[in-house]
Every structure is written in structure tokens, then in C-alpha cells.
Design a protein. Sequence first.
Lengths: 528, 119
Amino acid sequence: MARPLPPGVSQRDFAEALRQFETAVGKEWVFSSDEDIDLYRDAYSPFWNEPEERIPSAAVAPDRVEQVQQIVRLAGKYRIPLWTISTGKNLGYGGSAPNVSGSVVLDLKRMNRIIEVSEKNHYALVEPGVSYFDLYRHIQEKKLKLWIDPPDPGWGSLIGNALERGGGYTPMRDHFDAHCGMEVVLANGDVVRTGMGALANAKTWQQYKYGFGPFVDGIFSQSNLGIVTKMGFWLYPEPEAYFSGTVMVPKHDDIHALVENLALLINSGIVQGTTSVLNTASFGPPDPELARIRVGSSTSDLERYMAQKGLGYWTVDLPFYGPAKVIAAQWEHAKDKFSTIPGVQFRDGASYRFPLGQAELDKIPNPVPLGVPSLTTFAIGGPFSQGHMWFSPIIPMTGEAVIEATRVFEQVYTDLGNPTGALPGLPIWSFFARAFVIIYFFPIEHDVEKNRRSREIFRRLVKVAAEHGWGEYRTHTAFMDDIASVYSYNNRALWRLHETLKDALDPNGILAPGKNGVWPRRLRKGNA
Amino acid sequence: MTQIPRRVYTARPALRLAILVFLWSLPVEAQKAPDVYEKWCTPCHGAGENKPGTISAGALYKGSKPAVLAERTDLTAAGIRSVVRKGMYIMPRFRKTEVSDAELDTIVAFLTRTPQLAK
């Protein structure tokens, strides 16, 4: 790939900036050869090998906060955009590649210190390069009675995933919500500690989130207003037990009572882990008869087929964590609630007591809901998959919304001629409190025409979702402007506020221009 | 199972070579992977049902070659370096801040049973 320069920066200034980066971090940790820059390409780019693929001009890898400060000040001097990555494993959402070609990637992987882990107060303080695998291994080696909450791929950064507002499966599943305290380098090189970390001699930085005065942590998530160099996380005390119970209901219209009771259980704190609602009739089992019934048959035909197979039309798995006696009571309570639905079936699922030995863990198909990081998820898409990206709208936690969203998104596929590849009918998840998220899978291939088609469908889905009042919680860099544009209430008032903050905190526009659709003044439409 | 301690990989070259030649003379299945392999490769390419790299290799080779990467005897240094730095199927490329050139040498040495490559 051709190596671009940072936008508006001369070759001479760029060379001088690289030389000064080398002075700051050491020559070994500034990458500017074609071969090294290639390593920062987004392996799952929907623009793979197209002119629009975003390619950095260089990468620089500091190993401590003082070096980050130096780099930021140099970038400001030369007006070089920096694209910060933690572990660079935000695959499906952009990987390690920037949003603007010519940016210098600020690679924080070397900042991988686990600064503190408290077993008594159940928290950790880490740097951006620490992965879920790293913290898990540390906890295992120290034999601490603590759980982490990994997302599906375990090699990502705790900080990166939380800042992107990712989700996991245990009661600590909302990763941004589970953070407590940040250290942030601002665009002027100043270092800020949030919450109680603003005290000169803080004793509760990882125990009380809010500190005193305005609570600013949120503006550093999915954002380009600062570079987070430390972050605290609340951890889950190792529970005594885990149990999974399955609820199956027989009729299409049972979705309403099913979700109403599920929301009650989640919002009451009875169910604390991530659940999923599965339309069993549209997702499985792989049976030619079912495939035939799905096309052109009535809902009652599908209901009859599912009943004959002993399956529910809709299925929900409920995870429970905690003392075994409490779990048993929670499952009984849940069954009482769902028993108002005629024909409901219940099945006992997996049951574990902790700690588990390695031999037991190795037998568990997916250990992620048990706080054990894994890469199992990369089997999605089949053995020869070349990558993927996700369309992930947030919808209300109601049966009506499940039905409507499923119908609306499937109609998009029909309107576009039922293209192969994208998979409708995936489970609907409760990664976050109070709302569902649907996560649609888009395959990425090293095939320009197929990727062009996927982008067309993706953009159509964004637009149609917005027309129905639904928006995405996170997206690939390729679609950040598309999604930001639909968050348009009151003439884009929220994004105008973001731009006001951006211009105040980063007047040179050097931090991740265009991240989540927030552009600095000099690169904003009409000004660029 | 014979474990090759991490310090072997960081010992003085002559001593390291002697130790590694001895250890690598043991049967292949008796060798334990170096830390860098366990950290970066085993989660996808190890034994077991849930390893995407192993699943992919099983589908690709259909039994003509072992699906578990460390059991392969036909891997070349150039091939390993290319896959780590350029990716293959869903496996992304690995940056030098993740797997340094020296660590890549260690991986190559382990997978090709060529101890002199370990630095």
C-alpha cells in the first residue's frame, strides 16, 4: 500500500517529527518502514485494498505516561493526527488502523503494567496494554479469589474495550460502568486523574467513582478528547456457583410475556449476567423440513413444527452467579414468573462450583461467561473466514421491539435481494442494563465487490434503524460518520456539543480526528 | 513433559545452544512450548474443541496434516514469519509491540525444531 503523509503536513516536518518521536521513545519504537506500517492495517477492513482503506503514516509505541505526554506535545507542534490503540484488537470495529489515512498510530501495547489488584476490595488498576488474558493469568498465578469479565475475544485491552463500551457476560458485564477512576493525557500534554484520583494522596481512587464536582469520565469513552493511560476496574468476587436455566415458550406471540418477565428479573437484580433471546424457529435446528416451512408458511406451521420437536418458538438462557442456595431460589423464582405462559418448558443447564480445575475448564465449550478469557469466538464465520464486522443497534427490551426490529431488518435484506453472507436471526442480547442489543454479523473478505455490497447493506440498515428510533452502540471506523449523522436531535445538538468540547480541549485537532463522527475544526466538513 | 525454562532462551548463546540441542533431541511431543508461544499461539492453535486455528487447520487439511500447530513437522521459518506478519484467513497480522522479531525467532525455533534460531 502507498504510504500517506499526515493531512496538511509536509514531508520535511513529518521527517522531523519522526526524528523527535525517536528521541522521546527510542528509535526501536518508532515504526515507519512500509513493512512495519503494514502491520497496522485493519485485517478486517471493509475497504481492504481499496483507495479508501485507512493506512497510517507511522506508529510510535511509548512505554510510560511521560513519553505519551512528549509525543502529544510533538504531535501538537507539527499538527500530526494521533490514532491511539491499546492492544489493537478492536477487530470488527477497525482493529489497529486509524480513521484518517496518514495518522500516526499511538500504540500503547507496551504500557502493559498491572499496577494493583485488590482481593479485599475487588478491583484492579491497569495500563492500556494489559489484555484480559494478562489480568486473568496474573490473578491465577497469585491465586486470588477474583473474576474478570472478558468480552468474547480475550486478547483485547480492558481499557480499550471499556472505552469502546464493550460488554461481557458476568454481573460486571457493562465494562464502562464497571470502571472506577482514569488517568488521562490531554491534547496539551497535561495529565488528569478523574474521580478520587484528583486528590494528591488518593486512597479511594478505585473505590468511589465520582470524586467531587463534575463527573467527566464519560467524555473520554468512544471519544477523541484525551488518551487514557490508566484505568481502574471493579472485579467480581469469585462466586460459589454458576447455573444456567433455559426457558422455552411455544407460541410466536409469547415473546411479549417472555420479555416482560425477563426485564422484570433483570431489573430486579435476580438475573445479573448477560442473557439472550433466541428465535429458535428462525435460527435452528438445521433441518430441511424447517427450511421448507420457513418459506411461505404461516406462524402456526412453525409453532407446530417446533412443538413436534419439543422446542420452544423462543428460547432464553438465564445465567445465575452466587451462593448455590441463592441461585436455586432465584431459578425457582424465575420459573414462577414464567409459569404464567401456557406451555412454557424449563430445562436445567450447566452447573458449576468454583474454583474449577484446568481439566474441568478445558471441557467447557465456551468459558467466557465463567470469567475465563478465550478466542473461541473467532470460529464464527466458518473455518475459512477472512474477517467480520458488526451491525449492533440498541432496541427496547420489549417483545414488540424484538418483533418489529426483526421484521424491519429482514425486510432490508429482502429489499436488497436477500444477499448472502449477512446473517439475520442471531440472538438478541442483554449485554447492558434495560435495553437489548442485536448484533448482526457481516463477513469481510478480500473481495472488493462483496465488501462494497456489505457496506451498502450496512448503510441501509443504519438509516432504516434510525427511522424507527434505534441507534448503534458502537461501530467500525468506516461507518462512524454515518451513525453520528443519525444522532441528529435538535439540529445535531449533541454532536455540536462534542465539537465545542473538541475545539476547546484539542484546538490543533491532533487526537483521533473523526473518531465517532467528532471532527476537529480544521478537518470539519466545509473547513477541511 | 519437558519444560524449556524461559531462562534457556535468554542464556548466553553457546550455553543456550547446548541446552536447546539436547532438549530438542527429545521426542517432539515431549517439548513444552516457550512462553511466547503459549501466550500468543496456543489460545487459537492449541489442542481442544474451542481453538479456531485448530478448527480451521482441521477443515483445511482434512487429516493429511495435524490440526494442532505444534504437532506439525512441515512448517518452514519463512512460512511461519509470513503468517505471523501478514495473517491468514481470520488470523490478523501481529505487530512488533505484540510479538517482537526476537520472540518471532523463538516461535520459529520451536515450531521448526531449530534451536539455533532462538535468540
